[in-house]
Design a binder for this molecule. Structure first.
Ligand code: ZN
Length: 137
């Protein structure tokens, strides 16, 4: 693409560019995992014999993409944040919108990182999304 050699190349601009590139990669990776269902959630890990149970920690269902995005009560606070962020951009909290609307991409990806559920599987550096710590499992 257009990586102009004649643009300002001071350290700050370079760092910002790197962060944006990491953010795009992290977001794309998470969105791909969500839409294929091949993701570090028990529902999938169980299917590929990487985890004994497909159940979510809330015990209300299997830990699937839908469950995590829309249902799991353990993630309600984080989901409220996501709902607010989405509604600012005119996106509803519905699976078809979450995974299809371009405006939703970084929000959904950040939600997934904030859930800390992908830690054992993800190739994404949470720092790329500005999420520095996982406060719960
Ligand atoms: Zn759950």
């Amino acid at each position: 693409m257009d990586q102009g050699e004649d643009e300002p190349t001071n350290e700050t601009l370079g760092r910002i560019a790197n962060q944006e590139s990491d953010l795009r990669k992290a977001t794309a990776s998470i969105l791909m995992q969500l839409s294929t269902g091949r993701i570090g959630l028990s529902g999938y890990l169980n299917r590929i014999n990487r985890r004994e149970s497909a159940r979510c920690n809330c015990e209300l269902g299997n830990q699937t993409v839908n469950h995590v995005l829309l249902e799991c009560p353990l993630l309600q606070n984080k989901r409220d944040w996501m709902r607010n962020a989405l509604s600012d951009r005119g996106v509803s909290l519905r699976r078809d919108e979450l995974l299809a609307r371009p405006e939703a991409r970084t929000i959904v990806a950040e939600f997934m990182v904030r859930t800390c559920l992908l830690r054992q599987y993800q190739t994404v550096d949470p720092m790329a999304l500005g999420v520095e710590e996982c406060d719960e499992k």
